[in-house]
Design a protein around this ligand. Structure first.
Ligand code: GDD
Ligand code: MN
Length: 372
């Protein structure tokens, strides 16, 4: 029997990308709502799961087994909404692609309207906005967060040059080919994917916003709550200086500079305040500053690869201390050598610090937060 000759589906038009992190229970009802909005054919939903602990990928596979419209990408050892979105968008043959939260905060009933706006050529990108006239953002977790969004939006308007009410929206639709063209230039860090697409497109795309009612999450927890503003600043930095000094290195350097302040504070308190012996005070300060740097880098610089769980953190922290020891050695060696060759002491110290931090950065990004 030739099964394939019977199979004659409606041409694939739209892929809905659903990035997931612990959204197991939300998937089946979401697929039902998508089907209700789009009908039985012409679409597929691609779940891009970052190896959630709750078995989201298994659930997606079990749905997919009886429903070829559902596909699964399970990513191991990688993290991040933006990179998941890009990967999903590049994994479809559909000419149009939409990105959407898997937690039911975005209403699938809007999909036909979004598709129509791009298909008709009215806009290059159509965005479901939480802040456009007629929209509501009651589902935003907190007042603080809403304020953050407003500030972020104002800055975003400046960077993208597009007048938008919600450049951080996670619900939008565009031609897939546009994403493929832009993909090599997108940063893929964090979750500001729309902003990234807008800022990278040239000439500026024609954008249309459609108001949405941003709902409450159906179940589970938000993964982005606290980081919105921070992500935003990172986006801004990337846009302005990202090519000169990579974002991660800049973050790493900033954390390092804060570590120096911590070091001096601890040293001062121990040596001058508590009259502890110099070597002990210095060793204590070094230890605290190093641990502080590890914690802050894990929390900020490598938040998309954050080490979690006591074992992983302990291992990472030991690795980080070892890395720093090597970096300090390089730092001292270079500074001493330069100084001995007649370079001004301050310049020699500066060079030592730069060499030490580049070394620390290279090593720790590979051996502490990387996979090897
Ligand atoms: N694969 C993957 N990897 N998925 C992720 C990750 C990740 O690292 N982080 C979050 N997600 C998934 C969630 O499971 C959810 O389906 C969707 O991405 C959005 O995450 P939420 O945790 O629900 O975000 P939110 O509701 O707090 O944030 C909303 O506002 C942001 C801007 O302010 C969303 O609409 C975001 O899309 C939007 O960017
Ligand atoms: Mn959400």
């Amino acid at each position: 029997m030739q099964c394939w000759s019977v199979y004659n589906p409606v041409t694939l038009q739209l892929a809905i990308i659903l990035p997931t992190l612990n959204e197991r229970g939300n998937l089946a009802p979401l697929v039902a709502r998508i089907e209700e909005a789009l009908g039985p054919d012409g679409w597929e939903a691609i779940v891009v799961d970052d190896n959630s602990d709750d078995g989201t990928a298994d659930e997606a596979r079990s749905l997919a087994q009886n429903d070829p419209r559902i596909r699964v990408i399970q990513r191991i050892g990688r993290r991040g909404l933006a990179s998941a979105a890009i990967e999903g968008m590049c994994a479809t043959a559909a000419p149009y692609v939409a990105l959407m939260d898997a937690d039911h905060q975005h209403d699938p009933a809007l999909l036909p309207k979004l598709l129509e706006a791009v298909q008709s050529g009215e806009a290059d990108i159509v965005i479901a906005s939480r802040f456009a006239e007629g929209a509501s953002a009651d589902g935003l977790a907190s007042l603080r967060r809403e304020r953050g969004s407003t500030l972020a939006n104002r800055i975003a308007r400046k960077i993208t040059g597009v007048e938008l009410s919600d450049p951080m929206s996670g619900y939008f639709l565009l031609e897939t080919e546009r994403v493929r063209d832009l993909a090599p230039k997108l940063s893929g860090i964090g979750f500001k994917i729309l902003l990234d697409i807008l800022a990278t497109s040239s000439p500026a795309p024609r954008v249309k916003e459609i108001p949405q009612q941003f709902a409450e999450r159906r179940s589970g927890q938000s993964k982005l709550d606290r980081a919105v503003i921070f992500e935003f600043l990172v986006g801004l930095y990337e846009r302005l200086f990202g090519r000169l000094i990579p974002t991660r290195f800049a973050l790493f350097g900033t954390v390092g500079a804060l570590g120096v302040l911590v070091h001096f504070a601890i040293f001062g308190a121990a040596f001058y305040g508590a009259m502890i012996a110099f070597a002990v005070a210095q060793a204590t300060a070094t230890f605290v500053a190093m641990s502080f740097n590890f914690w802050l880098n894990n929390w900020l610089t490598y938040r998309d690869k954050r080490l979690r769980g006591a074992g992983a953190i302990l291992k990472g922290w030991l690795g980080f201390c070892a890395t720093c020891a090597v970096g300090a050695f390089a730092n001292i060696a270079v500074a001493t050598l330069l100084e001995a060759r007649g370079v001004h002491a301050i310049l020699a110290v500066g060079a030592g610090i730069i060499i030490g931090s580049v070394w620390n950065y290279a090593l720790s990004s590979r051996f502490v937060w990387g996979r090897f």
